[in-house]
Design a protein around this ligand. Structure first.
Ligand code: HEC
Length: 256
């Protein structure tokens, strides 16, 4: 009975995993050559990373993007911070910890300034995936033809400026024409750094990973609880399985 349950449990886990892989496939394939894309490798159970990510978000993203489904006091609870720490480190515009991560910029202004209003980022990790976000923030490159002077490999002609340029530095992208079955297409070859940033490439990747980790967490705060609950459930099943086995031995001992 227990082993049956356990195998069922594991089986459904495998099915979910297979489904997730099937979904991840086309997402990774999109956006051209693919050679520049790296997995985000973020971990929503890493609280220190989430705290750094929250700080990055507040300092570098919230000027334009809201996260209007997220309350400051929920952040305090989930990220192991006191309300005072949240007020001191994360709340610059809001008045009360019960408020959500809104912004002062009106969508109409965003539309006027950028031609497209910066989207709310509460659920962006769910719609685009952590890997996409990780690569989006790493693949801005200099393009004088664009209004903000930069373009992006994941979202060609993105209206977002490269807001992390002082950290990453600036890079140009080298494209080459290739012929595939008689069809000429332009493919991305490599980046060339034109000015250094304050962070080394490795440090910049960590900075982006923390930021994406935070976006991943706010898109599904329940993920944190579900993971720890899942471990408890499996531990319980294992321990319960041992006792059930011992009990069965005990009961059948005299029958044999
Ligand atoms: C100066 C304003 C500004 C800041 C600051 C800013 N963004 Fe954006 N962002 C935009 C605009 C404008 C768009 C819409 C781009 C488009 O759809 O062309 C956008 C779009 C996005 C998207 C959606 C991309 C897609 O595929 O649809 C993500 C994700 C994003 N921003 C993340 C961030 C993160 C993370 C930060 C902080 C590190 C940040 N942004 C900071 C203006 C900004």
């Amino acid at each position: 009975m227990v082993s049956h349950l356990l195998s069922k449990f594991l089986h459904s886990g495998l099915v979910t995993l297979a489904g997730a892989l099937a979904l991840a496939g086309p997402a990774l394939a999109a956006g051209g050559g693919g050679s520049f894309q790296q997995p985000a490798n973020n971990d929503v159970s890493n609280v220190a990373s989430l705290q750094r990510g929250a700080r990055n978000f507040v300092n570098y993203c919230q000027g334009c993007h809201s996260a209007k489904y997220v309350r400051y006091n929920q952040l305090a609870r989930d990220l192991g911070m006191t309300e005072e720490q949240v007020i001191g480190n994360l709340m610059f515009g809001a008045a009360k910890p019960t408020e959500t991560m809104d912004i002062a910029m009106r969508p109409a202004d965003g539309l006027r300034w950028f031609g497209i209003a910066p989207p709310d980022l509460s659920l962006i990790a769910r719609s685009k995936g952590a890997n996409y976000l990780y690569n989006y923030l790493r693949t801005f490159y200099v393009d004088p033809k664009r209004p903000a002077g930069v373009n992006n490999l994941m979202l060609p002609n993105s209206a977002m400026p490269h807001v992390l340029w002082d950290l990453q530095g600036l890079q140009t992208a080298v494209f080459e024409e290739e012929e595939h079955n008689g069809v000429r297409q332009v493919v991305f070859r490599k980046f060339e750094q034109v000015s250094p940033g304050k962070l080394s490439p490795g440090e910049y990747d960590e900075f982006v990973r923390d930021t994406v980790n935070f976006l991943d967490y706010i898109a599904e705060p329940m993920k944190l609880k579900r993971q720890s609950l899942g471990i408890l459930v499996i531990a319980f099943l294992l321990v319960f399985g041992i006792f059930a086995y011992l009990l069965k031995q005990e009961i059948w001992k005299d029958v044999k």
